[in-house]
Design a binder for this molecule. Sequence first.
Ligand code: HEC
Length: 215
Amino acid sequence: MSGKQLFEMDEKRLVIGAMVTLSLATGVMVLMPYFFVKRITPPKDLKPYTVLEARGREIYVAQGCVYCHSQQPRDAKQAPDAKRGWGRVSVAGDYFYDSPHLLGTMRTGPDLFNIAARQPSKDWHLGHLYQPRAYTPGSIMPAYPFMFEVKKTQDVTKDDEVVNLPPEFAKAGETVVTKADAHALVAYLLALDHTYSPLPAIPVPGDEKNLSGDK
Ligand code: HEC
């Protein structure tokens, strides 16, 4: 084939060329990732979300928490996340029940993948959502007062979930109680604990129990 013929453009070459390019791109960007993640199973200690936690997750999405908070602790080579106390590097299986995933790209606030391990207090989370500045002076996180109701203290019933604010933020005679959204959102935050080991125990050679248990 002469040089002239090789580079000459005709419809057949154009169509074949386009098809080849398209199938290569589909293979690399669609099929390869599909086969990579197809076999991923959830780590033994990862629990699916309860109905309440899943509802809280929807509120997390709706309120745009993901725009300021990531959920993907990174490797020490990329960021000092372990030193920041954000936990081990996440693996694909950690996200088994997450759809859509909420990896996030911005880190205006801290990574929340293990927030429940770091901050397990429900009172703290409720109060922090009502008024971040009550817990972190100078915080730039928005407050979410519309997820709460301010009641006269004498009107509070035993079915109300009371938010125990620091005394200087609680007005005399008034009590802050949660609405359904705050209740669900905090349930979701308290489910964010991925501090388990994501890998199966490595069998120790010579330890027969472990080895046979693996087969
Ligand atoms: C404008 C950015 C921004 C948005 C939006 C935002 N946050 Fe934050 N968040 C921050 C910053 C900054 C901090 C660190 C200061 C603080 O503790 O308040 C923070 C801290 C937190 C913490 C404590 C983290 C820790 O390690 O102590 C939690 C939990 C949290 N945010 C949850 C949420 C939730 C839930 C939402 C959505 C309802 C949300 N944030 C929306 C910026 C944001």
